[in-house]
Design a binder for this molecule. Sequence first.
Ligand SMILES: [Zn+2]
Length: 452
Amino acid sequence: MSRPRSTSSSSSVDRRRLWRDWEVLCGDIGERRAGTPEEHRAARFIARRLAASGLDSVEILEYPCQSHRSSRVDLAAREGGRWRPVEARILAGAPGCAPGERELVWLEMPEESPQLSPGSLRGRVVVVFGPLPTSARDHRRLVAAAPDAVIHVDERLPFSWTKSDGVYPEWVRRYGMPTTVAMAYLDAWRWRMAGVDRVRLSASVRLEAARSPTVSAVLPGRDPALPEILVLAHHDTQAGNVGADDNASGVVALLEIARQLAQRRQRPRRGVRFLSFGAEEQLSVGAAAYVRAHLADRARWGLVVNLDSVSSPLGHWAMYCVGDRALARHAQVTLAGHGLSVAPKPEVTPFGDIFPFNWAEVPSLWFFRTNTPGARWQHHSPSDSLENVSVEAVARLVGALVPMVAGLADAARWSFGARLPLTQRRIIARLGQELFGLPRRGPRARVERRLS
Ligand SMILES: [Zn+2]
């Protein structure tokens, strides 16, 4: 299908302005790790843009974070009788390790995790092929096996480069974390073929307690009693890339949506709040702190719309829906009517700024554009640059989202429910406790218990 069913409003998107904003974030400012002066510069720029669009109560809120200031990793293996260095990066938030030569062992995750026993990896370096543990039980097994260090190989594509990633801050606090570095898939492949069994590794890292900025602004509604729509993006990046897609794309989309909604002749019935978070790349530290700090406003949060990584030139639109089927249906039909075909995924995921809001039992839609199954090849690498983004992709999303958000903001009633399905609430409660250290029962459940 190439022709939208009705007129798309992507023609009203100011592409030049959108591109200029993108250039400021990724060109003038560049890498924007949590808690750095560059992240603060980005926040001030976003706040100025929102104020210039005529939004109210523009403010920059600050929350504590760990700031990854600098790191150095030296990794080499004995290949063909000589030591050969390979590129490696420490995962943000993981500790360093002293230099030394160590035995190398291989672990295929998650299926070999049950074979780990306490102390079984002591004095060794372990290559983990597959995802790093996403369950606390597997993580605790790995920590108890006490490796000197973990080398992670992302299995999703045969990369020749290493990606930058982070570790869950809550797990570092609660269970500890071995030194964890990432290496390229193709280097690991070569090591395996060559039968590498000794490595030299040293890793040093400087982490500092810092503050990460979140920008908040409101387009006030005519009826303050009605729950608001929250439009989210995040402006921070991992180390070593300018995050043009992840997530300057979401920020420039948010700025354009704010501008277009603020320009409408009449104010919406409901308020629309715009939030650009910091420290998302540390597992939504900024969004989680915001939700905790503003939990008293919970009754005002009606729906969250998150924009994160939305500019892939080739790709598929994804929409993660947390909420009832009527929400997914409403979004799908409305967006299709404005030229954007997207299949809803009724999936809970903790890897986005929607999650702390879901924990507070707020329904959400997360828009995302993939170019490999479930992911993006340039993710967290230097290729996440302005050369690899599409203004047209963002314009299409904005062109469909503006009428959807405007329609919802003007509606006195919504066709979907305010409650999340029980199956989703259960998953959210477990993930909230395991990954974020959030209390098992959400705030609404506690209020309801008190009232009953
Ligand atoms: Zn992101």
